[in-house]
Ligand binder design. Structure first.
Ligand code: IMP
Ligand code: MG
Length: 175
């Protein structure tokens, strides 16, 4: 049986760095939405660990919903994805923050933003804990992110490879 952390390489964000970034995002987002209530939409499953921490770092009223999407085969250049589990609640009139664990090509976010826009939220912004340094579609703005990282495959803090490593408390490259 593989040991915890086996196959994991260089640590890019350790637990202390993660705590610092989450706290900073909590302060910034709470200030930006002061006087409002925020509706967080987590993109399953990679956002789950980050969303749980971010939620507790917010000092404004907040509600939570989740969506699960599956790319058709590989994510295609057109960003065509399928919804596996849709939101439970309508977005109409809400201040919505889409929360992802990691933003790479931005194709998932691009699709989600176009889809959510049709549900008439009061506002719609995006947050990813980790942003890869790579090209993204022009219509995708990351309003909030924790850290920018090189365009390498990472695991941990909710991020997986074949469903493994989500429970690592740090973010690391695969060895
Ligand atoms: P996108 O390329 O921005 O559409 O990224 C879509 C999804 O791919 C993310 O939400 C993750 O589920 C997954 N992903 C992209 N890069 C990584 C990585 O380095 N590690 C783990 N998952 C990743
Ligand atoms: Mg994955």
């Amino acid at each position: 049986m593989a040991a915890f952390g086996d196959g994991v390489g260089e640590v890019l964000l350790d637990e202390a760095a993660i705590r610092t970034e989450v706290a900073r995002l909590g302060v910034q987002i709470s200030a930006d939405y002061a006087g409002k209530s925020l509706h967080l939409v987590g993109v399953l499953k990679g956002s789950a660990v980050f969303l749980a921490d971010l939620l507790r770092a917010l000092t404004i009223p907040a509600t939570v919903d989740f969506i699960s999407i599956v790319p058709y085969g590989q994510v295609t250049a057109s960003g065509v994805v399928r919804i596996r589990k849709d939101l439970d609640e309508p977005l109409e009139g809400k201040d919505v923050l889409v929360v992802e664990g990691i933003c790479a090509s931005g194709l998932s976010l691009s699709y989600l933003l176009r889809n959510f826009e049709t549900r008439r939220p009061a506002s719609l912004r995006t947050c990813a804990f980790v942003a890869k340094r790579c090209e993204r579609p022009a219509d995708v703005t990351l309003h909030y992110f924790g850290r920018e990282i090189p365009d390498v495959f990472v695991v941990g803090y909710g991020l997986d490879v074949q469903e493994q490593y989500r429970n690592l408390p740090y973010i690391a490259r695969l060895a």
